[in-house]
Design a protein around this ligand. Structure first.
Ligand SMILES: [Zn+2]
Length: 84
């Protein structure tokens, strides 16, 4: 099974960087490069805010509405949000 980002759920195989980066510049394989860079999350906020943000980004990127809705709906099960 391929790894996916623990914040947005994107498969890391689809990430051009192959994962986020830690503060020391090493690779972080728990999150994608869009969510996690230089040891911090690029988006700080609540799950509903993040979900809204991702939904809009996906629509702008040409993702069909029902797919964008489906992806963002599953986010609450991801490691970053599970205990929120
Ligand atoms: Zn991500």
């Amino acid at each position: 099974m391929s790894k996916m980002c623990g914040s947005c759920g994107m498969p890391l195989s689809k990430d051009p960087q192959g994962g986020g980066t830690n503060a020391d510049g090493s690779k972080n394989e728990n999150y994608c490069s869009y969510c996690y860079a230089d040891g911090k999350f690029t988006f700080e906020g609540t799950l509903p805010e993040f979900r809204d943000f991702c939904y809009k980004v996906m629509l702008e990127g040409g993702t069909p509405k029902f797919l964008a809705w489906l992806y963002t709906r599953g986010m609450k099960r991801l490691p970053r949000w599970k205990n929120a």
